[in-house]
Every structure is written in structure tokens, then in C-alpha cells.
Design a protein around this ligand. Structure first.
Ligand code: AMP
Length: 359
């Protein structure tokens, strides 16, 4: 008798898809990937790759028919694409979470509606809206962001209450923006949560994140924060995952304020850069959880066996990899990208150490 094999389809062909495909291979699950680029990080390790646009229904149909279930590895897959595929094969996480996470206004509104606090914010469609929001919110400094397609600090500008609202509005070249209070945070943290079809979840973190030029630089775990704040951050991610009925993995980025309040900043409806350390410091990584949950398998144990510091290799940082070949506890991950570009995530290094026993 032939054993039943599962084939997972992943929309998107970047490093997150690559690491999910590698985790899938270890579970005997095949992965077919779909994306617009040839010679991509995920294509190098997938059983099959489809190169096509996210609007090419003929190719999308062939891809969907070749797999048992579909997921995605980046949040800008058009919602219409997910809905089209959903008519052919199940898609996890579903289109609802994808839609919420794609627009910073729907994202912040959803978080607040389910009782998760965020920085104060207002939707902006004109320079006058900025003036009105500044007088309503009464903060000194703000961040003005495009509502869609912003990542790694792209599509953002600082707006001071004394700045010209017209100039700030025109700077971002979009007619739908969000104005957020600039949070004077103590630290940035994130929690990664996996949730299976039975509603059982596995939680990683919180992880302490440091950004350089708006791009994640390091993630450290365990994060040196008050255990009460850590427990609250986990509860916040669980509340969100339960509210959206998550099947899959999501990352929740949060600010810890100087007063000890947690404010949610961003939802990633997928595996998250701040969870890469889980490959080397846990018996079940966030990527394995992703594959398990979307393929209808139960979540695994997320308990870390080691402490970890993950450092991204951005652009030419990739040349520093040589320094780590002989470093104790260093786990090297390169994404096989054919071109090094400024600001491009080329790989990461996770250095693991034994966990300190609690006193
Ligand atoms: P985002 O694209 O929203 O994840 O923002 C990228 C980075 O910009 C965050 O990780 C923070 O370091 C910073 N940032 C974004 N929004 C705010 C905010 N409201 N207050 C302070 N810093 C922010």
C-alpha cells in the first residue's frame, strides 16, 4: 500500500516559503510554490515551482489543482487570489486574516475591536484630516504611514504637530494613509503563535527585537522583560488568534511603553522574521508549525531548549558569514538569493546558548 502523501501549495517564493518548504520536507510533505519570480529562494528547495502573476487564473488553477491545501508566505498576495483559490482548495490562514492584515486601518480597527490596544491613530484621506487628527489626538509626534504595501519602514514619514500637513501628506504619494501617535517605547517585542484546526495553540516568545534603519536587526530570546509583561504579550497574541479563528501561524509585533503598557503595532499573517531562531532553539520551529497547522496536523511543542540571538544578514552583511563558520553555537542560514542588494534580507545567523535555569 502506498502511504498518503500531502502536497502543500505556497503562494510566494521568498525565504519564508523556502524555510517552510524545508520544514515540510522533514515531515515528508511536498511543497509546490507559486510566485512571479524565477530562480527564487523557495523554488530552489520546492518539489515544483509555478512562475506566474497573482492574477493569472489559468496558472493559479493549475497550481491549486496540483496540491491538497494552499498557504502563503507574504501578506501582499491579493485577497482576490486567495478567494479564487479557496473555490478550488482550502487556503489557510483564510482570506479574512489576509484582508485584515493588508491594510493598516482595518488592522488597527480590528485589533481595537477585539480589545487589543494600539497607539492612538486616525485614518487620513487629506491634509485637513491630518490637522483634525492632530488636534483630536493631541500628541507631539506622529508617524504617517501608507495603509498598504508598507514594510521595513517603507511608506512612512515622521510628522510633528508643527509640520505642514500638506507636505507630509504629499510626501507619501497615496490618498489613503494612517496617522499614528509616535510611541516612546521601552522596547519592541513580538510573539509568534501557531493554532491548529482543533483550536490548540503553540506560542513562541515574546522576543526582544532591535531594528536598524527600520529593518529587523536582531531578535533575542528569552527577552529581558518583566514576566508579567511577557505573559500579557502571550495572552494578547492568543486573544487575536482565537478571535480570527487562526489556522496557521501569525506574528504580532508590539511596543512595550515606559509605563509597562503593551501596544500592538502590526500583524503578520504568516511566519515572522523574529521567529527564525525557533529553527535552531526549539524542537518544533515556527516553519514546522506553519506546515503542520495548514496541513491539518496538530501543533507541536514550542518550548525552547536554548537561548538564542538571531541576527539578520542584510545586503552586504552576507559577507560577514565567514566570521561565523567557527563560532560556537552559530547556526548559519543563507537564502540562496542570486543578487545582493541594499536592504535585502540575504540570510540570518542564530547563535544558541544553554538556557539559564530559573533561580
Ligand atoms: P511597521 O512598518 O509599522 O512595522 O514599522 C517599522 C518600525 O518603525 C517599527 O518596528 C518601529 O521601530 C517603528 N514604528 C512604527 N510605528 C511606530 C509608532 N507608532 N511609534 C513608534 N515607532 C514606530
Amino acid at each position: 500500500m502506498k502511504p498518503k502523501t500531502i502536497t502543500l501549495g505556497i503562494l510566494g517564493t521568498g525565504q519564508l516559503g523556502r524555510m517552510s518548504a524545508l520544514a515540510a520536507a522533514e515531515l515528508g510533505i511536498r511543497v509546490h510554490v507559486y510566485g512571479p519570480d524565477k530562480d527564487s529562494p523557495a523554488e530552489h528547495v520546492a518539489a515544483k515551482s509555478y512562475v506566474g502573476s497573482y492574477t493569472d487564473k489559468k496558472k493559479l488553477k493549475a497550481f491549486a489543482q496540483s496540491v491538497d491545501v494552499v498557504s502563503y508566505e507574504f501578506e501582499n498576495v491579493p485577497v482576490e487570489t486567495a478567494r479564487y483559490i479557496q473555490k478550488i482548495k482550502p487556503v489557510y490562514p483564510d482570506d479574512k486574516l489576509l484582508e485584515i492584515a493588508q491594510n493598516r486601518i482595518t488592522e488597527k480597527k480590528y485589533l481595537n475591536d477585539v480589545g487589543i490596544p494600539t497607539a492612538r491613530w486616525a485614518p487620513i484621506y487629506s491634509p485637513e484630516d491630518i490637522d483634525n487628527a492632530v488636534s483630536d489626538l493631541g500628541c507631539k509626534n506622529y508617524i504617517l504611514k501608507t495603509t498598504r504595501f508598507g514594510y521595513d519602514g517603507k511608506g512612512q514619514t515622521v510628522h510633528r504637530s508643527s509640520d505642514s500637513s500638506k507636505r507630509s501628506f504629499n510626501k507619501l504619494g497615496s490618498d489613503e494613509l494612517i496617522l499614528e501617535e509616535m510611541v516612546d517605547f521601552k522596547c519592541e517585542i513580538s510573539v509568534i503563535i501557531a493554532r491548529d484546526k482543533w483550536g490548540k495553540s503553540a506560542i513562541y516568545g515574546p522576543v526582544a527585537n532591535v531594528h536598524k534603519n527600520h529593518i529587523l536587526h536582531t531578535s533575542t530570546t528569552p527577552a529581558k522583560i518583566d514576566p508579567k509583561i511577557a505573559a500579557k504579550a502571550k495572552r494578547t497574541a492568543k486573544k487575536l488568534a482565537d478571535a480570527v479563528g487562526l489556522i496557521g501561524v501569525l506574528g504580532l509585533e508590539m511596543f512595550v511603553t515606559k509605563e509597562g503598557t503593551i501596544l500592538a503595532n502590526e500583524i503578520a499573517p504568516r511566519t515572522h522574521n523574529s521567529g527564525h531562531w525557533t529553527i535552531d532553539a526549539c524542537s518544533v520551529s515556527q516553519f514546522e508549525q506553519h506546515v503542520r497547522t495548514v496541513c491539518g496536523l496538530p501543533v507541536g511543542d514550542p518550548t525552547p531548549h536554548s537561548a538564542a540571538v538571531m541576527t539578520n544578514l542584510i545586503g552586504n552583511d552576507v559577507n560577514k558569514v565567514k566570521e561565523f563558520y567557527e563560532t560556537k553555537g552559530a547556526c548559519i542560514h543563507l537564502y540562496g538569493k542570486s543578487e545582493t542588494r541594499n536592504g535585502r534580507k540575504m540570510g540570518h545567523i542564530t547563535v544558541i546558548k544553554p538556557l539559564k535555569k530559573p533561580k
